[in-house]
Ligand binder design. Structure first.
Ligand code: GTP
Ligand code: MG
Length: 439
């Protein structure tokens, strides 16, 4: 399959540059469906995100249908009456595909396909498809393949359970279908194991690179946020790095780290994969190594698209909170950046600043607020420094040098058994000096 290499292009709209045509799902017209429980009625268009995902995957949206119910039907997702309505909507809109806003159980998917006579895909399949199309590094490709296999494995397991419950097979009487499925599962398991090994190898290499960066003791800042919020654009503006930017979801899959100088001190700034609501767990699992860059940062700069409608912004904040929590970075110090200020009128500026008084309003595109952001990053980093008092024996002069690298200027007094120093050390480096602490 030809992969789009938009990471190297300066600007590209997925639909406009023709990349959509190389996508196997191009020319498909989907009818988007979703279930909402009555509580969320003021949340704007409940299918907005799915439609944006479809657009990014090169699929046109031919129509949409939402059912209000407390939870999706376990067998068919929609209720029976609504299914008849859906059938009519498919005919009327000329849709040739159903795209569901939730991950479907294999049984729901099968029953829907049987009832509607068109292929049914779920949200996870759409996201996996986008990731497959946007991955261009060796690691990215392996991560996506792993996520896809795990998604498919879950489906095969579902089928197997289904047959099992029908009484096909059973102890000592293995039916032909089941045998095939078990063979497929074994092949899939072997491949999953091989992918995990190769990813672990790549992760070791990355770990070595990271260790080299760590030994340079530069403070690390990670950009995090909803996909398309402008993280890569901000990295570009802050560091001058040529990174890919695109008006589509999940443009960035591979982490990029660049150094940035803020009043004399160098920082490492990392841009990585964006988040989304209900991020498929297979992807979180497969992209663990990539997301690690965020987990290891001293500070997370959370980028929010301030020009998105309010409901969207709130959903984005929730999605990012949930994703950071899931990867174990929920407790990291965070600095909120409201991006795309250039798109706001004065009233809208007042409104977002009122809602997020602690945030910095910037435009990564025209540079507004970037100086203020640099200052806030410095200040936030200063907050993560911990004051320590250490006694360094004269025999360990190298440790003094090491400390000087992470802490900058030191307050020192020569004593009989060593040098007593007061230093402000980044929290992440504290453990390196535990043994020297003065009780
Ligand atoms: N008007 C305006 N557009 C912006 C700004 N920052 C980013 N954009 C646009 O928003 C789109 C997404 O920007 P990216 O920097 O690729 O966003 P991202 O957060 O890296 O997105 P993913 O990598 O897909 O997660 C692009 O079309 C950018 O040109 C801004 O400050 N103002
Ligand atoms: Mg990006």
């Amino acid at each position: 399959m030809e992969r789009s290499r938009n990471g190297r292009k300066k600007e590209s709209s997925y639909a406009a540059d023709g990349a959509g045509l190389s996508n196997p799902r191009a020319r498909q017209r989907a009818l988007a469906i979703g279930v909402v429980d009555g509580r969320g009625t003021d949340e704007g268009d409940p299918l907005a995100e799915l439609k944006e995902l479809l657009r990014t995957a090169g699929v046109a949206t031919a129509g949409e249908m939402v059912q209000q119910r407390s939870a999706p039907d376990p067998d068919r997702y929609f209720g029976r009456g609504k299914l008849d309505e859906l059938k009519e909507a498919i005919a009327a809109s000329g849709a040739n595909l159903i795209a569901c806003d939730d991950e479907l159980a294999p049984r729901q998917e099968r029953n829907l396909e049987a009832a509607l006579d068109v292929p049914v895909i779920d949200r996870t399949a759409v996201i996996l498809d986008i990731f497959a199309d946007h991955a261009h590094s060796a690691e990215g490709n392996l991560q996506v393949e792993l996520a896809q296999l795990e998604y498919n494995m879950a489906r095969m397991r579902g089928l197997w359970t289904h047959l099992d419950r029908l009484g096909v097979g059973g102890v000592g009487t293995r039916g032909p279908g089941e045998t095939q499925i078990e063979t497929d599962r074994r092949l899939a398991r072997d491949r999953i194991a091989a992918l995990r090994r190769r990813l672990a190898q790549l992760e070791r290499n990355r770990g070595m690179m990271r260790a080299r960066r760590q030994s340079s003791s530069l403070p690390r800042v990670a950009l995090a946020g909803y996909t398309n919020a402008g993280k890569s654009t901000l990295l570009r503006t802050l560091t001058g790095a040529e990174v890919g930017v695109g008006d589509r979801l999940f443009h960035t899959l591979d982490p990029t780290t660049r150094s940035v100088e803020l009043s004399g001190r160098d920082y490492l700034l990392t841009d990585t994969v964006g988040f989304i609501e209900k991020l498929p767990h297979q992807l979180v699992e497969a992209f663990k190594a990539t997301l690690e860059e965020t987990v290891l940062a001293d500070l997370i700069v959370q980028v929010l698209d301030a020009a998105a409608p309010e409901a969207r912004r709130l959903a984005d904040l929730r999605a990012v909170d949930a994703a950071l929590e899931e990867i174990g970075a929920g407790e990291k110090p965070r600095l909120l950046v409201l991006n795309k200020a250039d798109l706001l009128d004065p009233d809208e500026r007042d409104e977002v600043l009122l809602r997020h008084p602690e945030a910095v309003l910037v435009s990564a595109l025209d540079g507004e607020g970037i100086e203020a952001l640099r200052e806030r990053i410095e200040a936030a980093f200063a907050d993560t420094l911990t004051e320590v008092e250490l006694l360094i024996p004269y025999s360990e002069g190298a440790r003094l040098h090491e400390l000087h690298e992470v802490a900058g200027d030191l307050e020192r007094t020569e004593e009989a058994d060593g040098v007593r120093v007061c230093a402000r050390v980044p929290a992440s480096e504290l453990h390196r000096f535990d043994d020297l602490a003065v009780a």
